[in-house]
Design a protein around this ligand. Structure first.
Ligand SMILES: [Zn+2]
Length: 231
């Protein structure tokens, strides 16, 4: 019997996290939690917390660990725990990492394995400068997607726009900053033998294949002896 998979997916802007996240969640039938989406949803609430999150978002202040942790915890509590989880961009700090350990322990779930999608700053800048975002539903569009040419969202009909922080020079800076911000977290998981670094440069299909191989290998390695967990 295999344990539920708990996967954290991190990587700089343009690394293909969103695309790979959907593919991984589908392949392994996992609950899919995107930390950024929860935060954006919180910001729409007419509560003191919603107000706080909204202010942070508009001012570009990072949300506190406490807010993120509570939000993810709440989201997890609504899901079928035993399906396992794919956590997009959670944890992003050591405090969040420690909190996740506790949450998983409380649910009697195994530790998370972290997949870091790595790309060069230039690659990310090239990819991101091409993308458009729906002004209404925030769906991301690339040149091959329907609606890209007409700049109309194929889901909701909203206008597709380029975000100002998607300009190449801004993206390069964001990627460099992201990489240095993640050093401690990566070290944390290296020490615990739970970090998988994936080259995010090749095609979507090649990257997925590489990720699947690593996940399957990790699963095989961490398989519990049968007598420990029957079912
Ligand atoms: Zn839309």
């Amino acid at each position: 019997m295999l344990l539920p998979l708990i996967i954290t997916l991190i990587g700089p802007p343009g690394s293909g996290k969103g695309t790979q996240g959907r593919v991984i969640a589908q392949k392994y039938n996992l609950n899919y939690i995107v930390a950024g989406n929860i935060v954006r949803r919180l910001a729409t609430l007419k509560t003191p917390l919603g107000e706080q999150v909204r202010t942070n978002l508009t001012k570009g202040i990072p949300q506190s660990d406490k807010i993120i942790i509570e939000a993810v915890k709440e989201e997890m509590s609504k899901m079928d725990i035993n399906k396992g989880f794919l956590l997009d961009s959670f944890p992003l700090s050591l405090v969040q990492a420690e909190a996740l350990n506790v949450i998983l322990k409380n649910y009697n779930l195994p530790d998370n394995v972290v997949i870091y999608l790595d790309i060069r700053a230039d690659t990310g800048a090239n990819r991101i400068s091409q993308r458009l975002i729906c002004s209404k539903c925030s769906t991301v569009f690339f040149p091959a997607d329907p609606g890209y040419k007409t700049k109309k969202c194929s889901k909701c009909g909203g206008d597709l726009i380029t975000r100002s922080d998607d300009k190449p020079e801004v993206v390069r800076t964001r990627i460099t900053e992201y990489k240095s911000r993640m050093l401690d977290l990566k070290n944390y998981y290296v020490q615990r033998k739970r970090l998988i670094i994936i080259n995010g440069e090749p095609s979507v299909e090649e990257i997925s294949k590489d990720i699947f191989n690593h996940i399957d290998e990790f699963r095989e390695k961490t398989k519990p002896p049968d007598e420990k967990r029957g079912k």
